[in-house]
Design a binder for this molecule. Structure first.
Ligand code: BV8
Ligand code: ZN
Length: 252
């Protein structure tokens, strides 16, 4: 039996499936990953810019980075992995997608089906939040980060707006991480796709499934801290392996 056949069997027999994705699921859509070769931007590390301290210190630089990422991501479309995951979530009510990504590509792939909509642990590049009154709004426009005065401002209170994204050192929305923990704890399978599994508390979700007697299946091009305890590790690109794993003969 091949590892793919073993993985397909585990998913076929599963009642509850939770999927945890990271930047690797979007790599073949052209979205730069964090810790791969494209992980740097103008010699800055993501960890240095994606923090509340960096935003207080230099909101213009942080918005320049996010403006660049929004421009890059707005040219990207869901790949075969996003599409296969959305299809499985559409037909199976106990197949939920939890993502660390802020690129919104799972949401685009699920566009017509609320059930296939992902739980976005770390927020979204295309949603802004007012730092003064907390008002949120969806926005796909161009960010003018040429000066502090041109940065996005709240229509309600004129407060400076920030990306509605969870930065390092910031807590995840309690309701969001609470739902993710509940899903992972109840899952028979946690399918982990394209994450280096170094960022917590997201990376800890797979262990919750395993500790409750569930199986972890990992899809990645390299080893990660989860590889040693996964029931099956599928080595290769997500856009190839995920559609094969969830192919049309996915269980009735
Ligand atoms: C918090 C938004 C506390 C930003 C992001 C233990 C417990 C709790 C916290 C911590 C802890 N240990 C450390 C911490 C602190 C920190 C943390 O985890 N640091 C790490 C770096 C050590 N965690 C936090 O700060 C979190 N907050 O804990 O708050 C708290 C509690 C109460 C009150 C106050 C505070 C917040 C974490 C959220 C940070 N924000 N994103 C932005 O995007 O701009 S995380 C960021 O990293 C992205 O969201 C990204 O998704 C995430 C994880 O990275 P990956 O997705 O895994 O991407 P990466 O590039 O690393 O890896 C890509 C993988 O894909 C690789 O494995 C590669 O091999 C693979 N791949 C590549 N191509 C393919 C592929 N696989 C398949 N196919 C391919 N083609
Ligand atoms: Zn406001």
């Amino acid at each position: 039996m091949t590892v793919m056949e073993r993985a397909r069997g585990i998913i076929r027999d599963a009642g509850h499936v939770v999927v945890l994705t990271g930047a690797g699921v979007s790599a073949e859509s052209g979205v730069p990953t964090f810790r791969g070769t494209g992980g740097l931007w103008k010699e800055h590390r993501a960890e240095d810019l994606a923090t509340p301290e960096a935003f207080v210190r230099d909101p213009r630089l942080v918005w320049e980075w996010y403006g660049w990422r929004r421009r890059v991501v707005s040219q990207c479309v869901p790949n075969a992995a996003h599409v296969a995951l959305a299809s499985a979530a559409r037909v199976h009510d106990d197949f939920r997608i939890v993502t660390q990504n802020v690129d919104g590509l799972h949401s685009v792939a699920a566009a017509d089906s609320p059930r296939a909509a992902p739980l976005e642990l770390h927020g979204c590049l295309f949603r802004l939040r007012c730092t003064r009154c907390g008002k949120r709004r969806d926005d796909r426009g161009v960010i003018d980060a040429t000066s502090r005065a041109t940065l996005p401002a709240c229509a309600a209170c004129e407060g400076l707006e920030r990306p509605d994204i969870v930065w390092f050192g910031e807590a995840l929305e309690p309701a969001v991480i609470g739902e993710a923990v509940a899903l992972a704890s109840a899952a028979d399978v946690c399918l982990v796709v394209g994450t280096s599994a170094v960022v917590h508390p997201a990376a800890g979700l797979a262990d919750l499934t395993r500790r409750r007697g569930g199986h972890v299946i990992e899809v990645n091009i390299t080893d990660t801290p989860l590889s040693g305890t996964a029931a099956v590790t599928l080595r290769g690109p997500a856009a190839v392996l995920v559609p094969e794993l969830l192919s049309p003969d996915f269980p009735e």
